[in-house]
Design a protein around this ligand. Structure first.
Ligand code: GDG
Length: 493
């Protein structure tokens, strides 16, 4: 597996260092704490890599490796049952600034989400992106053998697959999952080095997206911008440079049984203390938003719709609370700082406008909640608002459904999310930019009759459980096996 983020982090226990206790690394006693994978893809993939006794290559900082990794940054994990190799690629500050905060998140992220105005192509960023992709590809080449499966994750590695392809045995299968949207040709034309990215991705035997529309757009871009590529729309394959890539749509799911279990296990005093912490009345109707603080997530649009709801419904003042958690992310980038400022000032303004001495309509926090707290909140929330302008999939919407064990929550879901394809028919659909329509759907959610809530949530739960993370993994590996078999048949092995 190749991913930007690592599955385990080893960190020195600085608290015990300060106190001179057991954790003091200078004493040579055990001083390292390990963060295990906490959720989503990383947690889902970890057992797969354990079973395969394979290698996971990820960006990791050398300092944290003091004492635990060998010279190549390799370390056996999990710590208590060592079964695979984690190889950390240590990157300089300049490399991280250019590859991660630069080309990945100042160019590819805004471009793929259609925010062409936010694309910021600084000199050297692409060169660093190429260099880092090369370093990862070199690390793969050292580990890959005949019949190995290499599974690359996400947009941080748009060039690596072709580099890998050129340095591993023919029978090695190279697959990638692209977790964010693929843009329209009109947006993609603004991609610096767009052709190199397409060539890089077509080094894969298999390329996965969440939904059909991203597959179609990818094929549109290849047809339009990569002369010499042969696109087969029916088979969804592209032949280019002697390789054939199959492009598939496999919508990612969540670990539904775990979210369900966490929600059932949540203790009422745990939830009470959370409500106390944020000063929320237990009796209120609770709306919930859970996002990274990212301009694609439609948070200002959500706040505008809540403001409209409050304007139209004075009777709900004091009775309705919207809790928004927004985890700061990529704060080195100006567009994220500006967006964070906008969100915070809008919350303040709306609360000043409608709030009273003992009620704030919007409770806003940038705290990172524990998984248990989050599951408890999902279960308790009367409505969940997921309003990205554009989002590859959106796991939060699915987690909410999985944790709605009482069946009485309502999901308000943007048509701009990949998740809408699976859940849209039984959620309340919104266009986040239509303030009045959005506010009307919030009103519909608050006032929806219990039977109707249960009916919709039942169907949503079936869909989320049927297409959960395990299903997604199996589907990915079915495809990987299939392209591997095709290669053998065609003489590739
Ligand atoms: C990218 C794509 C695609 C958030 N706050 C807390 C917390 N979270 C967790 C959620 C969820 C995850 O973060 C966010 O996942 P999303 O899918 O909603 O969004 P992105 O981070 O943008 O993910 C997206 C995804 O990749 C997978 O392919 O769906 O489209 O953009 O799991 O629960 N978790 C905890 N506390 C928090 O405060 N514990």
């Amino acid at each position: 597996v190749v991913s930007n983020r690592q599955p385990y982090r080893h960190e020195y226990d600085t608290a015990s260092e300060d106190s001179g206790g057991d954790g003091d690394r200078s004493t040579g006693t055990s001083s390292i704490t390990v963060d295990e994978p906490t959720g989503g893809l990383t947690a889902g993939l970890d057992p797969v890599v354990q079973a395969s006794e394979g290698t996971w290559i990820a960006w990791g900082d050398g300092e944290a490796d003091f004492d635990v990794a060998d010279d190549d940054g390799c370390i056996a994990v999990p710590p208590d049952d060592e079964s695979y190799t984690l190889q950390r690629i240590d990157l300089s500050e300049e490399a991280v600034d250019s590859y991660y905060y630069g080309f990945s998140n100042r160019v590819l992220w805004p471009l793929c989400h259609g925010f062409v105005d936010l694309v910021e192509n600084r000199s050297n960023d692409f060169e660093w992106y190429r260099t880092v992709n090369e370093r990862f590809a070199d690390a793969v080449a050292e580990h890959a053998e005949a019949d190995s499966i290499v599974w690359v994750q996400d947009y941080h590695f748009g060039l690596a697959p072709r580099m890998i392809r050129e340095s591993v045995p023919r029978s090695t299968t190279v697959a990638q999952f692209w977790h964010i949207p693929w843009p329209t040709p009109a947006s993609f034309q603004h991609c610096p080095a767009g052709r190199a990215i397409l060539q890089g991705l077509l080094g894969n035997d298999l390329l996965g997206f969440h939904v059909d529309r991203y597959v179609e757009r990818f094929l549109d871009c290849v047809e339009r911008y990569l002369p010499g590529a042969d696109v087969d729309r029916t088979q969804r394959t592209v032949a280019y440079g002697g390789e054939t890539t199959r492009i598939v749509a496999t919508p990612m799911g969540v670990d539904a049984p775990t979210h369900d279990g966490n929600a059932r296990a949540v203790e009422s005093d745990q939830l009470s203390s959370l409500f106390d912490r944020y000063d929320i009345s237990r009796e209120n109707v609770i709306g919930l938003g859970v996002d990274r603080l990212d301009y694609s997530k439609g948070i200002p649009e959500r706040l505008a719709a809540i403001e409209r709801l409050l304007e139209r419904n004075p009777g709900w003042h004091g009775e309705f609370t919207f809790l928004q958690t927004a985890t700061p992310s990529r704060t080195d980038i100006d567009a994220y700082q500006r967006h964070g400022d906008l969100v915070r000032s809008e919350v303040t303004r709306i609360n000043r406008r409608f709030g009273t001495d003992d009620w704030e309509p919007i409770v806003y926090t940038e705290d990172y909640l524990s998984n248990e707290e989050l599951s408890g909140l999902y279960r308790r929330a009367d409505l969940m608002v997921v309003s990205p302008l554009v989002d590859g999939m959106n796991l939060v919407a699915q987690e909410y459904v999985a944790a709605s064990v009482d069946g009485d929550g309502v999901l308000v879901l943007s048509e701009g999310t990949g998740a809408h394809e699976r859940l849209g028919s039984h959620a309340l659909t919104i266009d986040p930019t239509d303030v009045d329509g959005f506010a009307s759907q919030l009103e519909a959610a608050v006032t929806m009759a219990p039977r109707e809530r249960q009916r919709r949530m039942n169907t949503l739960r079936n869909r989320v459980f049927d297409g959960d993370l395990e299903w997604w993994m199996e589907t990915q590996f079915d495809w990987i096996r299939r392209v591997h078999a095709d290669k053998r048949r065609d003489g590739g092995a």
